[in-house]
Design a protein. Structure first.
Length: 249
Protein backbone atom coordinates (compact mmCIF):
# COMPACT_ATOMS: atom_id res chain seq x y z
CA UNK A 1 0.00 0.00 0.00
CA UNK A 2 1.24 3.49 -0.85
CA UNK A 3 1.46 6.03 1.96
CA UNK A 4 -2.09 6.04 3.36
CA UNK A 5 -4.25 9.06 4.09
CA UNK A 6 -6.11 8.16 7.27
CA UNK A 7 -9.63 9.36 8.05
CA UNK A 8 -11.97 8.89 10.99
CA UNK A 9 -15.72 9.03 10.42
CA UNK A 10 -17.82 9.22 13.58
CA UNK A 11 -21.51 8.78 12.86
CA UNK A 12 -24.06 9.69 15.49
CA UNK A 13 -26.59 12.46 16.02
CA UNK A 14 -26.25 11.79 19.75
CA UNK A 15 -22.66 13.08 19.64
CA UNK A 16 -23.57 16.27 17.78
CA UNK A 17 -26.36 17.07 20.23
CA UNK A 18 -24.01 16.13 23.09
CA UNK A 19 -26.07 13.32 24.57
CA UNK A 20 -22.83 11.36 24.25
CA UNK A 21 -19.21 12.44 24.13
CA UNK A 22 -16.93 11.35 21.33
CA UNK A 23 -14.43 8.73 22.44
CA UNK A 24 -12.90 7.91 19.06
CA UNK A 25 -10.88 10.88 17.79
CA UNK A 26 -8.24 10.93 20.53
CA UNK A 27 -7.91 7.15 20.48
CA UNK A 28 -7.45 6.88 16.71
CA UNK A 29 -4.99 9.79 16.57
CA UNK A 30 -2.86 8.24 19.32
CA UNK A 31 -3.02 4.71 17.88
CA UNK A 32 -1.90 6.00 14.49
CA UNK A 33 0.90 8.12 15.94
CA UNK A 34 2.28 5.12 17.81
CA UNK A 35 2.71 3.39 14.45
CA UNK A 36 4.17 6.27 12.46
CA UNK A 37 0.91 7.54 10.94
CA UNK A 38 -1.21 10.69 11.23
CA UNK A 39 -4.83 11.56 10.58
CA UNK A 40 -5.58 13.48 7.41
CA UNK A 41 -9.12 14.26 8.53
CA UNK A 42 -11.84 13.49 11.03
CA UNK A 43 -15.59 13.94 10.59
CA UNK A 44 -18.49 13.82 13.05
CA UNK A 45 -21.79 13.65 11.22
CA UNK A 46 -25.42 12.96 11.98
CA UNK A 47 -27.33 9.80 11.12
CA UNK A 48 -28.37 11.10 7.72
CA UNK A 49 -28.04 8.64 4.81
CA UNK A 50 -27.38 11.26 2.13
CA UNK A 51 -24.69 12.92 4.26
CA UNK A 52 -23.07 9.58 5.08
CA UNK A 53 -22.93 8.63 1.40
CA UNK A 54 -21.45 11.95 0.35
CA UNK A 55 -18.86 11.85 3.13
CA UNK A 56 -17.83 8.32 2.17
CA UNK A 57 -17.53 9.34 -1.47
CA UNK A 58 -15.38 12.33 -0.54
CA UNK A 59 -13.04 10.22 1.59
CA UNK A 60 -12.82 7.59 -1.15
CA UNK A 61 -11.78 10.31 -3.62
CA UNK A 62 -8.67 11.20 -1.59
CA UNK A 63 -5.21 9.73 -2.37
CA UNK A 64 -4.81 6.25 -0.86
CA UNK A 65 -7.56 6.61 1.75
CA UNK A 66 -7.89 4.41 4.82
CA UNK A 67 -11.11 4.93 6.74
CA UNK A 68 -12.06 4.05 10.30
CA UNK A 69 -15.82 4.49 10.51
CA UNK A 70 -17.66 4.26 13.83
CA UNK A 71 -21.39 3.74 14.28
CA UNK A 72 -24.49 2.87 12.33
CA UNK A 73 -23.88 -0.81 11.48
CA UNK A 74 -26.57 -2.27 13.73
CA UNK A 75 -30.12 -3.39 12.89
CA UNK A 76 -32.26 -0.48 14.10
CA UNK A 77 -33.95 1.94 11.67
CA UNK A 78 -31.35 4.67 12.34
CA UNK A 79 -28.44 2.38 11.41
CA UNK A 80 -27.70 3.44 7.84
CA UNK A 81 -23.98 2.79 7.45
CA UNK A 82 -24.11 -0.66 5.84
CA UNK A 83 -26.43 0.53 3.07
CA UNK A 84 -24.57 3.82 2.66
CA UNK A 85 -21.26 1.98 2.28
CA UNK A 86 -22.85 -0.15 -0.44
CA UNK A 87 -24.08 2.95 -2.26
CA UNK A 88 -20.86 4.94 -1.94
CA UNK A 89 -18.34 2.15 -2.48
CA UNK A 90 -20.11 -0.71 -4.27
CA UNK A 91 -23.18 -1.34 -6.42
CA UNK A 92 -25.71 0.04 -3.95
CA UNK A 93 -26.99 -3.38 -2.89
CA UNK A 94 -26.65 -5.40 0.31
CA UNK A 95 -25.97 -9.13 0.19
CA UNK A 96 -26.38 -11.80 2.83
CA UNK A 97 -22.97 -12.70 4.21
CA UNK A 98 -23.18 -16.41 5.15
CA UNK A 99 -20.45 -16.30 7.79
CA UNK A 100 -21.91 -13.20 9.44
CA UNK A 101 -25.36 -14.79 9.47
CA UNK A 102 -23.96 -17.95 11.07
CA UNK A 103 -22.18 -15.98 13.80
CA UNK A 104 -25.32 -13.99 14.61
CA UNK A 105 -27.51 -17.11 14.71
CA UNK A 106 -25.03 -19.02 16.89
CA UNK A 107 -24.73 -16.09 19.25
CA UNK A 108 -28.42 -15.19 19.55
CA UNK A 109 -30.34 -18.33 18.55
CA UNK A 110 -34.00 -17.60 17.87
CA UNK A 111 -33.50 -14.03 19.09
CA UNK A 112 -31.49 -13.38 15.93
CA UNK A 113 -34.85 -12.93 14.21
CA UNK A 114 -36.39 -10.80 12.91
CA UNK A 115 -33.99 -7.89 13.41
CA UNK A 116 -30.39 -8.68 14.52
CA UNK A 117 -29.86 -10.99 11.54
CA UNK A 118 -30.16 -7.90 9.35
CA UNK A 119 -26.57 -7.12 10.37
CA UNK A 120 -25.50 -9.95 8.06
CA UNK A 121 -26.67 -7.87 5.08
CA UNK A 122 -23.41 -6.32 3.88
CA UNK A 123 -21.95 -4.66 0.78
CA UNK A 124 -20.55 -6.90 -1.93
CA UNK A 125 -17.13 -8.32 -1.09
CA UNK A 126 -17.27 -7.43 2.59
CA UNK A 127 -14.86 -9.15 4.97
CA UNK A 128 -15.55 -9.55 8.67
CA UNK A 129 -13.94 -8.01 11.73
CA UNK A 130 -14.31 -9.96 14.97
CA UNK A 131 -16.16 -8.22 17.76
CA UNK A 132 -14.34 -8.90 21.05
CA UNK A 133 -17.37 -8.07 23.21
CA UNK A 134 -20.57 -9.60 21.83
CA UNK A 135 -19.27 -11.37 18.69
CA UNK A 136 -21.55 -9.35 16.37
CA UNK A 137 -19.16 -8.86 13.45
CA UNK A 138 -18.09 -5.57 11.92
CA UNK A 139 -16.85 -5.46 8.33
CA UNK A 140 -14.38 -3.92 5.92
CA UNK A 141 -13.94 -3.39 2.18
CA UNK A 142 -10.79 -3.49 0.07
CA UNK A 143 -8.58 -3.62 3.17
CA UNK A 144 -8.98 0.15 3.49
CA UNK A 145 -12.58 0.97 4.51
CA UNK A 146 -13.30 -0.31 8.02
CA UNK A 147 -16.80 -0.07 9.47
CA UNK A 148 -17.13 -0.65 13.20
CA UNK A 149 -19.67 -0.19 16.00
CA UNK A 150 -19.96 3.12 17.79
CA UNK A 151 -19.16 1.48 21.14
CA UNK A 152 -15.47 2.13 21.98
CA UNK A 153 -15.09 -1.12 23.93
CA UNK A 154 -15.93 -3.00 20.72
CA UNK A 155 -14.36 -0.84 18.04
CA UNK A 156 -11.07 0.22 19.64
CA UNK A 157 -9.69 -3.34 19.84
CA UNK A 158 -10.69 -3.68 16.19
CA UNK A 159 -8.63 -0.60 15.31
CA UNK A 160 -5.66 -2.09 17.16
CA UNK A 161 -6.07 -5.34 15.24
CA UNK A 162 -6.29 -3.52 11.89
CA UNK A 163 -3.15 -1.50 12.57
CA UNK A 164 -1.22 -4.55 13.68
CA UNK A 165 -2.36 -7.00 11.01
CA UNK A 166 -3.69 -5.22 7.92
CA UNK A 167 -2.16 -1.74 7.61
CA UNK A 168 1.65 -1.54 7.28
CA UNK A 169 3.45 0.48 9.92
CA UNK A 170 4.67 3.89 8.86
CA UNK A 171 8.13 5.38 9.20
CA UNK A 172 8.75 7.28 12.45
CA UNK A 173 8.27 11.03 12.50
CA UNK A 174 11.07 13.17 13.96
CA UNK A 175 9.80 16.29 15.66
CA UNK A 176 11.64 19.22 17.25
CA UNK A 177 9.86 21.97 19.17
CA UNK A 178 10.67 25.17 21.01
CA UNK A 179 8.80 27.96 22.76
CA UNK A 180 10.04 31.50 22.15
CA UNK A 181 9.22 34.89 23.67
CA UNK A 182 8.05 36.53 20.45
CA UNK A 183 5.22 36.75 17.94
CA UNK A 184 4.93 34.13 15.23
CA UNK A 185 5.45 36.82 12.57
CA UNK A 186 9.17 36.51 13.20
CA UNK A 187 9.13 33.03 11.69
CA UNK A 188 7.07 33.65 8.55
CA UNK A 189 9.92 34.14 6.07
CA UNK A 190 11.66 30.98 7.20
CA UNK A 191 8.38 29.10 7.20
CA UNK A 192 7.84 30.13 3.58
CA UNK A 193 11.15 28.46 2.76
CA UNK A 194 10.15 25.14 4.28
CA UNK A 195 11.57 22.28 2.19
CA UNK A 196 9.33 19.55 0.83
CA UNK A 197 8.79 16.76 3.31
CA UNK A 198 8.90 19.02 6.36
CA UNK A 199 5.85 20.02 8.39
CA UNK A 200 6.01 23.27 10.36
CA UNK A 201 3.41 24.68 12.72
CA UNK A 202 3.37 27.63 15.09
CA UNK A 203 1.02 28.05 18.03
CA UNK A 204 0.94 31.60 19.42
CA UNK A 205 -0.48 32.56 22.79
CA UNK A 206 -0.75 35.93 24.53
CA UNK A 207 0.15 36.07 28.23
CA UNK A 208 0.05 39.00 30.67
CA UNK A 209 3.76 39.62 30.09
CA UNK A 210 3.73 39.25 26.32
CA UNK A 211 3.56 36.80 23.43
CA UNK A 212 4.84 33.25 23.35
CA UNK A 213 4.92 31.00 20.32
CA UNK A 214 5.54 27.27 20.23
CA UNK A 215 7.18 26.19 16.98
CA UNK A 216 7.15 22.58 15.79
CA UNK A 217 9.25 21.11 12.96
CA UNK A 218 8.62 17.52 11.89
CA UNK A 219 9.66 15.16 9.10
CA UNK A 220 10.20 11.51 8.32
CA UNK A 221 13.76 12.59 7.48
CA UNK A 222 15.53 13.22 10.79
CA UNK A 223 18.47 15.07 9.23
CA UNK A 224 16.19 17.37 7.27
CA UNK A 225 13.96 18.04 10.29
CA UNK A 226 16.93 18.90 12.49
CA UNK A 227 18.57 21.13 9.87
CA UNK A 228 15.33 23.04 9.32
CA UNK A 229 14.77 23.42 13.05
CA UNK A 230 18.29 24.77 13.59
CA UNK A 231 17.55 27.63 11.19
CA UNK A 232 14.81 28.84 13.53
CA UNK A 233 17.08 28.46 16.53
CA UNK A 234 19.78 30.50 14.76
CA UNK A 235 17.24 33.23 13.95
CA UNK A 236 16.21 33.52 17.58
CA UNK A 237 19.78 33.60 18.80
CA UNK A 238 20.73 36.27 16.25
CA UNK A 239 18.04 38.51 17.72
CA UNK A 240 18.74 37.57 21.37
CA UNK A 241 15.19 36.30 21.81
CA UNK A 242 14.77 33.91 24.76
CA UNK A 243 13.52 30.43 23.97
CA UNK A 244 13.29 27.00 25.52
CA UNK A 245 13.64 23.65 23.80
CA UNK A 246 10.72 21.31 24.36
CA UNK A 247 10.78 17.54 24.49
CA UNK A 248 10.88 15.87 21.09
CA UNK A 249 7.75 13.82 20.30
Amino acid sequence: MKTPSFFALIIGTEILNQRRKDAHFDFVAKALAERGHTLAGSFIIEDDPALIVQTLKFIASQPNPVLFSFGGIGSTPDDHTRKCAAIALRDGKLYEHPEAKKIIEERLGKDAYPHPVKMAQLPKGAQLLENPVNKMPAFYLDERYFFMPGFPEMSHPMVEYILENIIPKGAPTYRFTLTASCKENLFIELMEQTPKGVEISSLPKLYDNGWRVTLSVASKDEVLARATFEKFVALLESKNIPYTLNDET
